[in-house]
Design a protein. Structure first.
Length: 195
């Protein structure tokens, strides 16, 4: 897809192409939830006290609208996304990381994981998404909750989120163990470690 104007070009990282669609990419099966009483979000690791937020409690957290562009490692970019979700700060009110916590591991269904520096997780632009462009997330896009970290490649925005582990040292998640870059900055084209 061609860019709409010159300002779009400044919003698209090197090696990316624009799409109006929302491609679905993942490894493994899509989880379908039938009993939300079994869903929770666990906050654990290097914290003063572990916390577990139930689905009902999570849905009562204050929500905000977020606008951003997203960039997939497979070279597509989607501009002007509007999301409804919960700010990281609202979730962090439930847990206090220990001073030595410098990284997080996002844990999702089926054992899927991805790593982030704590500073990136805590950015004002990072959030827990519930809706995309006015619609509840579909199962394929991460229902009921996905992380969104728009300044990194989109694999860092874990779908089907179930836990946030606070860690002292960085360690690779699923795709990072399989050759993806440990950080994933789209503006530096940090796609794969074999590049």
């Amino acid at each position: 897809m061609a860019m709409n104007n010159a300002s779009d070009a400044t919003r698209v990282p090197p090696g990316q192409r624009l799409t109006n669609g929302f491609p679905v990419l993942h490894h493994g099966e899509v989880p379908y939830y039938r009993d939300m009483s079994k869903w929770d979000l666990r906050l654990f690791g290097l914290v003063e006290e572990e916390a577990c937020i139930t689905y009902n409690a999570f849905m009562k957290l204050p929500r905000r609208t977020f606008a951003n562009d997203i960039h997939c490692v497979t070279t597509w970019s989607k501009l002007d996304n509007e999301w409804e979700g919960v700010a990281v700060a609202a979730v962090m009110a439930h847990v206090k990381p220990k001073p030595e916590a410098k990284y997080v591991m996002l844990h999702a269904e089926h054992g899927w994981t991805t790593n982030l520096p704590l500073a990136d997780f805590l950015r004002d632009t990072s959030f827990f998404a519930i809706k995309h462009n006015g619609e509840i997330l579909s199962p394929e896009h991460g229902y009921p909750v996905r992380m969104v970290v728009p300044h990194l490649y989109f694999w860092k925005s874990a779908k089907w989120l179930r836990g946030v582990e606070f860690m002292a040292a960085d360690k690779p998640g699923f795709w990072e163990r399989n050759g993806y870059n440990m950080y994933g900055d789209p503006w530096k084209e940090q796609r794969y470690d074999w590049d």
